[in-house]
Design a binder for this molecule. Structure first.
Ligand SMILES: NC(=O)c1ccc[n+]([C@@H]2O[C@H](COP(=O)([O-])OP(=O)(O)OC[C@H]3O[C@@H](n4cnc5c(N)ncnc54)[C@H](O)[C@@H]3O)[C@@H](O)[C@H]2O)c1
Ligand SMILES: [Zn+2]
Ligand SMILES: [Zn+2]
Length: 407
């Protein structure tokens, strides 16, 4: 089969590799009909995540048709159309029973990412996300082996196109978890750092939940302009404004700050030259730029919610400020399985239209070009989806007026 494989930083290509086979009796083999490139894939692509090996298959946002099932699979059958959560969870361990699927302690044979780990088990395995997370081949491929097939695969109605439901695999539940973790509801104020796919869908979820004021910080004018037009955010470009948190606070009631902040940026946050250099030299685990801004922008008693991926230590972490303000921090990989029925309902009723953020539709064969464009933010790229099995895809442009603020 054909699959997108890694060959060193900034070097990926579509190769012919062996077809996956059933290895455990609760595996299934999926024929992938649509897959997407995630901001998390960019961390891998840029060579920033350890334990990625040459030839590894990327991809953790995918869906398709069940081709074959192992003898113990009862939840789905060949021919079913399913979306696959990027988190691989057993459904029965201590954490899965609490719906904390990303903490599943039985699926990851890798070491996990915690530095000061002690004896605790690793969190869940993830598709296509390095050997730390289990070395499980990903879904930017024609076929993929899906372990724990009684827990993950989520059946979707034939009436909804792939584009409408594909993001249930990751970025829609991630945005949802981020915004609900931030405590956002009717009349709330929110600051979202990062106007990538996760930031954009966070704005969509916050609007749906009735947020009154949504600030969005980034430095790509095209992303900010899109978010302003589509979700009515107040855009702030950090290339022009070197202290967005100050600008945000001055526009909130009583100059108290926002109720919640979402850090949809993560460890590669730009804006601090020192931290960028230290992180490149591996003297710093993550850039703390976006996180410090979130802590500064939030009101006393508010919440900093972090879907952006972080690793290791940050020296410039203002924990004293967080203490003085009495902040709550919520973060982590998304417990995808937990949110799917509810989010599918919102898509079916038209309250959420995640597909409007798609800017690039390409065939799997063009995946390397898709990575390059998304990484370089060329062609006003917001989100790339790839369709395996056809050298050329012609998908009609979606009319994004449907998602405009009034909804
Ligand atoms: N928690 C999870 O389960 C989960 C799931 C999906 C994605 N993620 C993570 O979420 C983050 C965002 O993903 P994405 O797909 O939107 O990626 P993306 O790379 O397209 O978007 C990140 C955006 O942040 C902006 N940015 C950089 N520095 C900034 C700063 N200092 N302040 C404000 N904005 C800044 C960039 O310009 C970019 O537009 C990534 O770290 C990704 O790994 C986490
Ligand atoms: Zn992802
Ligand atoms: Zn489990």
């Amino acid at each position: 089969m054909r699959a997108l494989t890694y060959h060193g930083a900034h070097s990926v290509k579509v190769d012919t590799v062996p077809d996956p086979v059933i290895e455990e009796n609760d595996d299934l083999i999926l024929r992938v009909t649509a897959t997407a490139i995630c901001g998390s894939d960019l961390h891998l692509y840029r060579g920033k995540i350890p334990t990625v090996e040459h030839g590894d298959i990327f991809g953790h946002e995918f869906m398709g048709i069940v081709e074959e099932t192992g003898s113990a699979v009862t939840a789905v059958q060949p021919g079913d159309r399913v979306v696959i959560p990027f988190v691989i969870a057993c459904g029965s361990c201590f954490f899965c029973q609490m719906d904390l699927f990303a903490a599943c302690e039985t699926t990851n044979t890798g070491r996990g990412a915690i530095l000061n780990k002690k004896a605790i088990p690793s969190g869940a395995a993830l598709f296509g996300y390095s050997h730390m997370y289990g070395g499980v081949p990903g879904g930017q491929a024609e076929y993929v082996r899906v372990p724990k097939a009684n827990t993950g695969p989520f059946k979707v109605p034939g009436t909804l196109s792939d584009e409408k439901v594909l993001f249930l695999s990751d970025i829609l539940p991630t945005a949802w978890q981020a915004v609900t973790n931030a405590g956002i509801g009717q009349g709330s104020s929110l600051a979202i750092y990062g106007a990538g796919p996760v930031g954009l869908l966070s704005a969509a979820c916050a609007r749906m939940l009735g947020a009154e004021q949504i600030f969005m910080v980034d430095h790509h004018p095209y992303r900010l302009a899109y978010a302003q037009k589509t979700y009515g955010v107040i855009p702030i470009n950090f290339d022009e404004d070197d202290d967005p948190a100050d600008t945000i606070i001055r526009q909130t009631k009583g100059m108290r700050g926002v109720d919640g902040a979402v850090d949809a940026v993560g460890f590669e946050a730009k804006g601090s030259t020192t931290e960028t250099v230290l992180a490149t030299l591996k003297l710093e685990g993550s850039s703390g730029k976006a996180l410090r801004q979130c802590i500064a922008a939030v009101r006393r008693g508010g919440t900093v919610s972090v879907p952006g991926v972080y690793s290791g230590f940050i020296h410039g972490f203002l924990f004293g400020d967080a203490f003085d303000k009495g902040l709550t921090f919520k973060m982590g990989q998304t417990h995808v399985q937990r949110f799917l029925p509810e989010l599918l309902g919102h898509i079916e009723t038209g309250r959420l239209s995640p597909e409007v953020i798609i800017s690039h539709r390409m065939s799997l064969e063009q995946a390397a070009e898709g990575y390059r464009i998304f990484d370089k933010r060329e062609e006003d790229c917001r989100k790339v989806i790839l369709t395996p099995g056809s050298p050329h895809v012609a998908v009609p442009e979606i009319d994004d007026s449907a998602a405009v603020l009034a909804t």
